[in-house]
Design a protein around this ligand. Structure first.
Ligand SMILES: Nc1nc2c(ncn2[C@@H]2O[C@H](COP(=O)(O)OP(=O)(O)OP(=O)(O)O)[C@@H](O)[C@H]2O)c(=O)[nH]1
Ligand SMILES: [Mg+2]
Length: 199
């Protein structure tokens, strides 16, 4: 009886955890986004933008939504760091791919990088959210223009959930919508990539 009750108690009180990787080229605004997510969802002020340096290793953030923990892994975007991303794919439940909407010169590099990400076997079926960041900068690529560029690649996305959303990581505009969109999709995809359960 005791075993049954303690088993039920453990079942009820265990916490579900999901992992989201934040990737994209260097300077896209990934760490700024992570700090903004922390500020919005934990109420604890994240690092101010002027204190954020280029990421070499990994930055971690954790938020709770409806008693579910969502962990964010923000990885460095410099080209020589891209091979490290793959080490996190197997444990990820979703991908946020951040694009610098002002960086027209590197669109081809963004395309080939995104192409490698969406065709990676380890990420197959996972929700992918592309964030068109820095929408506050006059003259930047608008979401519709970015969608046009990435539509040919999106064909390879198959039946998985994917979306392009605008955001301004610097001010937080669009960040809540982005996380809300992702949260619904990772839960919807839980049969294919179940959460981690923590006691
Ligand atoms: N105007 C504007 N600038 C932004 C925005 N988000 C980030 N930035 C700036 O872009 C620069 C790079 O931001 P980071 O967050 O360090 O970029 P990152 O993608 O983490 O870069 P790596 O760690 O090198 O991969 C910083 O100067 C930020 O202040 C935004 O929404 N608007
Ligand atoms: Mg960074």
């Amino acid at each position: 009886m005791y075993t049954l009750l303690s088993g039920l108690y453990r079942h009820w009180t265990r916490k579900e955890e999901y992992y989201v990787i934040i990737i994209g080229l260097d300077n896209a605004g990934k760490t700024t986004l992570l700090e903004r997510i922390k500020s919005i969802f934990t109420g604890v002020q994240g690092l101010p933008p002027e204190k954020i340096a280029p990421t070499i290793g990994l930055n971690i953030g954790k938020i709770s939504l409806d008693k579910v923990h969502v962990n964010f892994w923000d990885l460095g975007g410099q080209l020589e760091l891209h091979s490290i991303w793959e080490k996190y794919y197997a444990e990820a439940h979703a991908v946020i791919f951040v694009v610098d909407s002002t960086d027209v010169a590197r669109l081809e590099t963004v395309k080939s990088t995104f192409d490698r990400v969406v065709t990676s076997d380890a990420l197959e079926g996972l929700p992918i959210l592309m964030l068109a960041n820095k929408q506050d900068v006059p003259g930047c690529l608008r979401v519709e223009e970015i969608k046009e560029v990435f539509n040919p690649i999106a064909v390879q996305l198959g039946a998985r959930d994917s979306k392009v959303l605008p955001c301004v990581a610097l001010t937080g505009s669009g960040v809540r919508d982005a996380v809300d969109w992702l949260f619904v999709r990772i839960q919807r995809n839980r049969i294919h990539r179940p959460p981690v359960f923590r006691e």
